[in-house]
Design a protein. Structure first.
Lengths: 319, 227
């Protein structure tokens, strides 16, 4: 399984571009730190959607990784229509949000709405959906994947802390930060955000306060899946775009959700960063697959000491 | 206004209500010991559980299968047991939540602030940090913002300090006198009967006795509950 997300040439470039100073220890630490932050940003985009749907509805959606894949393919398709990669990537972001969101909505209306609060059932069913979506992608697109050209303005490198940072990774981090800020503001300041928070905290009370919780669920599912689509666009610039790509993100994304505390945005941000960096360091020392195993073990150990994750809200639905 | 006819309801395999019919009156008090099925009856009234048989009729329409949020839209309001609120939302957000989308939303919130001044004082405080009595006032305020025709109250004075109990009782009496229909579950028999036009005593899921409200009914109710 190709789990090494980071740019394989990056370390060389970073080492070559490192300032001519005697600090071998720092030089060994910085590149995986930078890589890990970018990977963490990607995981954050993936995990935000998951934490919303898992936190609010108790749905374990294993097909979430395929929404990332859908976003990446939408970036590719956009590029076929709008050939200037400078513009197409910007267009691809809202399109991927919409496309993956609709896919999520379809899944909710078609299947998941019948199995709320039955996490195990949703897990089994969505694994099936995930395989179906992968197969569909394999039927449409070549097995070896498709190239998504990164726009000219993302080709260069930025000089941060004396190290050259590929702009594509900076882009991912900025994108994640923007999505996070937008989501947080939406949840905090809009009437719909209030409805979501109320539904997460106490579904029965929300329903008897006149809130149509089923509609709230659907829109939450749409937004959560849409964020995965946005993650897909970013992923298409960093790693490969193929039918298998979702599988490499889904497990770390769930690790992030659980370690961060289900339904907790603050915890998700910290956990995404930590898991991203852990994966990068482990991948540097071992292999990509081994890195996932080690990250998994680390999170399991962490949960032994803090089973509720980094942060918690006491909600009736999740006790 | 609200009719509940021959309601059978329960959880899983356990049947809690064995064919209960609610007396029809403006203010109805449901009395009975713990586990008699009072809360279950109210949950069936607002739609949180579906009766296995029987009918729920509101304003002449059969609403037996209507989901709770639509019942609220039709004019029912429900204040559940245990001073429930959205603990992580502020007092103001709790109120805005129900005021959103209403034409006079702001005015409705102001109206509740003047009814319960404590809520205005703690408007920016998270509801989870309010005292039990304040949370109950918040729950009642939230229900009233939906401009209901009928208020369903499940033990509104349970576990609340005596001074606020008096305030809440006063509020309920006042609302009833303003013409609001009330369905009330209450352990405090004296207050319940004073407020009620009719009462229903539940025992082990059966309607064991029913009659006119008023202070004079207290003796009969105590006898009915002792059986």
């Amino acid at each position: 399984m190709p789990t090494r997300v980071r740019d394989p040439t990056l370390q060389n470039r970073l080492q070559n571009s490192a300032p001519n100073r005697e600090r071998p220890h720092v030089d060994a630490l910085i590149p995986p730190l930078l890589n890990g932050t970018a990977l963490g940003a990607l995981l954050l985009l993936a995990a935000l959607g998951l934490t919303l749907t898992f936190g609010q509805m108790g749905v374990i959606n294993m097909a979430h990784g395929e929404f990332i894949m859908a976003g990446a393919f939408i970036a590719y398709l956009t590029q076929l229509v709008v050939t200037s990669s400078n513009i197409s990537i910007v267009l691809a972001l809202p399109l991927a949000f919409l496309g993956a969101g609709l896919l999520g909505l379809l899944l909710e209306v078609g299947i998941i709405q019948w199995m709320y609060r039955r996490p195990l059932d949703t897990l089994l069913v969505t694994v099936g959906v995930s395989l179906i979506l992968q197969q569909i992608a394999l039927q449409i697109f070549p097995a070896q994947g498709v190239p998504v050209e990164s726009p000219g303005w993302l080709d260069g490198q930025a000089d941060i802390l004396g190290y050259a940072w590929p702009l594509r990774q900076v882009f991912t981090i900025v994108l994640a930060a923007l999505c996070l800020a937008a989501l947080a503001a939406w949840l905090k300041y809009t009437s719909f955000g209030r409805r979501i928070r109320a539904t997460v905290q106490n579904r029965d009370l929300a329903e008897t306060s006149g809130i149509p919780t089923r509609t709230v669920d659907r829109i939450t599912f749409f937004v959560g899946s849409g964020l995965a689509g946005v993650a897909g666009v970013a992923a298409s610039l960093i790693g490969g775009t193929n039918s298998q790509m979702g599988t490499q993100y889904i497990i770390p994304a769930f690790l992030v959700v659980v370690a961060g505390g289900v339904g907790q945005i603050k915890g998700t941000v910290i956990a995404a960063w930590a898991v991203g960096i852990a994966l990068s360091f482990f991948a540097d020392w071992t292999t990509g697959s081994m890195a996932q195993v080690l990250a998994f073990v680390l999170v399991v150990i962490f949960l032994q000491f803090r089973p509720q994750g980094l942060f918690t809200v006491r909600t009736r639905g999740l006790t | 206004m609200l009719e509940m006819n021959d309601i059978q309801a329960g959880y899983g395999r356990t049947l809690v209500l064995h064919g209960v019919t609610l007396p029809s009156a403006k203010v109805v008090a449901v009395l009975g010991h713990n586990g008699a099925g009072k809360t279950t009856l109210l949950r069936a009234a607002i739609g949180l559980i579906k009766p296995r048989s029987g009918q729920v009729i509101f304003d002449g329409d059969d609403i037996t299968t209507v989901p709770p949020n639509k019942r609220v839209a039709r004019g029912m309001a429900y204040v559940p047991q245990g001073q429930q609120s959205f603990a992580q939302l502020t007092t103001m957000e709790n109120l805005q939540l129900v005021a959103d989308g209403r034409r006079r939303g702001k005015a409705l919130i102001e109206q509740q602030f003047s009814r319960f001044p404590a809520l205005e004082k703690f408007a920016t405080r998270k509801a989870g940090l309010l005292s039990g009595g304040q949370r109950q006032q918040l729950a009642i305020a939230r229900a009233l913002i939906t401009e209901p025709k009928m208020l369903i109250l499940d033990e509104p004075t349970e576990g609340i300090q005596p001074t606020i109990v008096a305030e809440i009782e006063h509020t309920v009496m006042q609302l009833a006198s303003e013409g609001l229909s009330v369905l009330l579950v209450e352990q405090h028999i004296g207050f319940a009967l004073e407020a009620a036009d009719k009462y229903l005593v539940l025992a082990s899921g059966f309607a064991s006795s029913t009659g006119e409200g008023g202070a004079s009914a207290a003796e009969g109710v105590r006898v009915a509950m002792a059986i």
